[in-house]
Design a protein around this ligand. Structure first.
Ligand code: NAD
Ligand code: MG
Length: 388
């Protein structure tokens, strides 16, 4: 393993992935320390984390939280900063070994770019960054020699299947999907879905936004785009299969017909551990895996008619440019409106489809174009929802 303790920056430490990552740091104090922790508004949790982990820096996104933390934390131990600009400047100069991006949505984009531009190793949970600007991110990662290691369980599975393999020998990536809570719901019942129903994921406990994305299968669409950029495999060679037990986390088929899969209980601790230790592994206590208890593993094809978000993701990849950036922006606004009970479950797809039709499109975008398209699409989606 590492010969010196690894200083970890966790962007979004108060979220589901952030908290699970800190638990690993707590269990392995000889291997890891928390160097920078950040969050949006939950300053009481960030405060407790600062007391527990003594990070050198914390960054918060709200002024009230900033005032509270500046007043109550010992400056000699922890420096408190406010907002995205301060965070990006800090990341560029930060002396740390790995940046774990566990922020949700577009908020992950600029800090991730700052981390890449300073050549840091990235453990990427924030898949939206690759959905918005995959082409730019992968070319910057190459230019600045910044490795990107996926935290998403499917992509971690694929990475593990690819160890020791040559990319030219891949014939297909197969992403598994649980199917979410409405796998067996008929199209006519979709209009009755309530927020509480959509927040009940059968296998995973996650933040609200990704839980809704899992219910619409937008999450799987995003993971398709994420896999396309991470592994450089054409979208026609990436299949999606529904696997309700979430035991096989994904598979790779090779040109000789051999298929490798990675299995495990549905726990994000395992892919987070792998991202922190890659290419090595860490000895860590995990609940016993008993195949006899699991008994059966089942598979079926996804239904793109009931789950049109998935179809849109394939279309985005085929069209390229800023199309996926618009898809993400419209989806963020739609999910937020659904969570706030402003639109229905089916209303989300209507908003996303209409926003995509109306949004501007740039074929060969630079960072300014991504930001502009993101901003404009959010405006369009917001108007569709609130100013009918
Ligand atoms: P979450 O909602 O539980 O946590 C999000 C974190 O981001 C919080 O710490 C929050 O304070 C921070 N944040 C939110 N908006 C912000 C902003 N504007 N500026 C700065 N910080 C902000 O989300 P999560 O479930 O932990 O997911 C985080 C990311 O990981 C998402 O991109 C998600 O798709 C991905 N992911 C999550 C899981 C999972 O099991 N939760 C699995 C795979 C991938
Ligand atoms: Mg996933």
């Amino acid at each position: 393993m590492y010969n010196k303790k690894q200083k970890i920056a966790i962007l979004g430490s108060t979220g589901s992935i952030g908290v699970q990552s800190l638990e690993i740091i707590k269990q392995k104090p000889s291997l890891f320390s928390a160097h920078l922790l950040t969050c949006n508004k939950n300053y009481m949790l960030l405060y407790r984390q600062a007391l527990d982990f003594n990070p050198k820096y914390i960054v918060i996104n709200c002024e009230e939280g900033y005032r509270f933390l500046s007043k109550n934390l010992n400056k000699e131990k922890t420096i408190v900063l406010l907002g995205e600009d301060s965070l990006c400047k800090l990341i560029e100069e930060l002396d740390c070994d790995l940046v774990l991006t566990a922020v949700v949505g577009r908020a992950g984009l600029l800090p991730t770019i700052a981390a890449i531009k300073s050549g840091k190793k990235i453990a990427l949970a924030n898949k939206e960054t690759l959905v918005i600007a995959g082409e730019l991110i992968m070319s910057l990662a190459k230019e600045y020699n910044a490795p990107i290691i996926p935290v998403d369980s499917e992509h971690s599975a694929i990475l593990q299947c690819l160890v020791g393999e040559k990319n030219k020998n891949i014939s297909k990536l197969i992403l598994t999907a649980s199917g979410g809570p409405f796998l067996n719901c008929s199209k006519s019942d979709f209009k009755n879905i309530r927020v509480e129903d959509a927040l009940k994921h059968p296998n995973w406990s996650m933040g609200n936004k990704i839980t809704i994305d899992s219910a619409t299968l937008m999450n799987k669409g995003f993971e398709l785009i994420e896999a396309y950029w991470l592994f450089g495999v054409h979208e026609k060679k990436i299949d999606i299969v529904i696997h309700p037990q979430s035991i096989i986390h994904s598979l790779v088929e090779f040109i000789d017909g051999s298929i490798k899969a990675q299995l495990g209980l549905p726990s994000m601790t395992i892919p987070i551990l792998y991202a922190l230790s890659y290419p090595d592994r860490i000895n860590y206590p995990i609940e016993d895996f008993d195949l006899a208890k699991i008994q059966s593993l089942t598979f079926l094809n996804p239904d793109k008619t009931r789950f049109p978000h998935l179809r849109l993701a394939y279309e985005c990849l085929a069209k390229g440019g800023t199309y996926a950036c618009s898809l993400n922006a419209a989806n963020e606004i739609a999910v937020d409106a659904f969570l706030n009970k402003q639109i229905s479950f089916l209303g989300m797809i209507r908003v996303v489809e209409k926003s995509l039709e109306k949004s501007i499109f740039v074929q060969n975008p630079k960072i300014e174009d991504y930001l502009c398209v993101d901003f404009e699409t959010r405006k369009i989606a917001t108007q569709l929802i609130y100013k009918k």
